[in-house]
Design a protein around this ligand. Structure first.
Ligand code: ADP
Ligand code: MG
Length: 327
């Protein structure tokens, strides 16, 4: 159906149903939402913007774009140790965007709202002659004083990552036809890791009592580790052989060792990178069992103010570029 839609019809038809479980959203019929913060809690707030052609591909499915938009912010909430609660959504859609598109987009949001326990409470709806631009502000709660910062890493901390690293960067290459020798099955797996990241929303809040610093990996492993180093005024040593890879990533790296650079510096995995005292090693075991999540120690925080990467022979490894930057 290609009928022209008005702003208020879009809000009422596609977005209001997503706000029903929170009274303070007034079903998107008032000027703004009103939210109470539970006693003893702080609200964690984060905004991300996705632009067509920059953060997702023009032919990505609307439900996948919706999920990616929500998940990148859920990942930020997790990195701060907070539990997701609400979000605001600002969309600038191309003039003439169809009701089918909005229905699929809202359907993707609804599925993830249920999966991750988060509710829409407001936003803005405009049309643009430019590329589809989506901005989402997510809100979560964490016990007062328990938010995890980037700046808390201590000398001698182990450096940990959740999940598997590098799949998303390889998935983007796969989606754009830039990986030559790869089976259909592995290609599908890697692309899904790029289009549908799995934010660590259960792990993040469980870390807040145990770790000294955390960040989510959105610009690449080394680039994001560098943010922790900068803010904590420390450096890091990491071992390439300790970085946890998927079977698909392993095959690619074995065939073409250059892919290690993508794994070290490619972005978009949305796993958590965090540092903790040695006593966390025992906690890691129980968290892995409880949450069924891989936790892998990949290095150690050092006092030298730089990151050094070591290969399987203990030699220093130099990468060609350090994460994605927009400017
Ligand atoms: P205003 O003109 O005061 O900005 P709007 O007409 O833009 O108000 O929005 C009306 C209500 O609908 C507000 O509660 C706003 O938060 C909500 N809203 C508008 N667009 C969206 C959207 N894309 N997603 C969720 N809520 C939205
Ligand atoms: Mg408005």
């Amino acid at each position: 159906m290609t009928r022209k839609l008005g702003e208020f019809e879009i809000i009422k038809t596609y977005f209001a149903p997503l706000s029903q479980s929170e009274k303070g959203s007034f079903n998107l019929t008032d000027d703004a939402a009103v939210i109470d913060i539970p006693d003893g809690m702080s609200m964690v707030v984060t905004t991300d913007t996705l632009v067509e052609g920059v953060h997702f591909l023009s032919d990505d499915l609307p439900e996948n774009i919706a999920k990616k938009l929500l998940r990148v912010s859920l990942s930020d909430l997790a990195a701060m140790g907070s539990v997701p609660a609400f979000y605001n959504l600002s969309i600038a859609t191309k003039i003439g965007t169809t009701s089918d598109w909005f229905r699929a987009f809202a359907g993707g949001l609804l599925a993830d709202q249920i999966q991750f326990g988060i509710t829409l409470i407001g936003g803005d709806t405009v049309a643009t002659s430019g590329p589809l631009t989506l901005s989402l502000t997510a809100m979560g709660f964490v016990a007062k004083g328990k938010a995890i910062s980037r700046g808390g890493a201590k000398l001698g901390d182990d450096i940990w990552v959740s999940g598997l690293i590098g799949d998303a960067a390889l998935g983007l290459r796969a989606a754009t036809g830039k990986l030559s020798s790869i089976s259909e099955e592995n290609k599908k797996y890697l692309i899904s890791r790029y289009t549908k990241p799995a934010p660590q929303t259960l792990l993040g809040p469980k870390l807040s009592n145990h770790v000294n610093s955390a960040i989510d990996i959105s610009d690449g492993l080394v680039g994001d580790l560098d943010h922790i180093c900068e803010t904590s005024k420390l450096g890091a040593d990491i071992q390439i052989t300790d970085i946890p890879l998927s079977r698909a990533a392993n095959i690619l790296v074995t065939e073409k060792p250059d892919y290690i650079d993508l794994i070290l510096s490619g972005g978009d995995d949305f796993e958590l990178l965090f540092t903790a005292d040695k006593s966390f090693r025992a906690v890691a075991k129980s968290l892995t069992e409880m949450l069924d999540v891989n936790l892998t120690k990949i290095g150690v925080m050092v006092c030298r103010r730089s990151i050094e990467i070591f290969d399987e022979n203990g030699n220093k490894y130099v990468i060609k570029n350090n994460g994605y930057t927009h400017f």
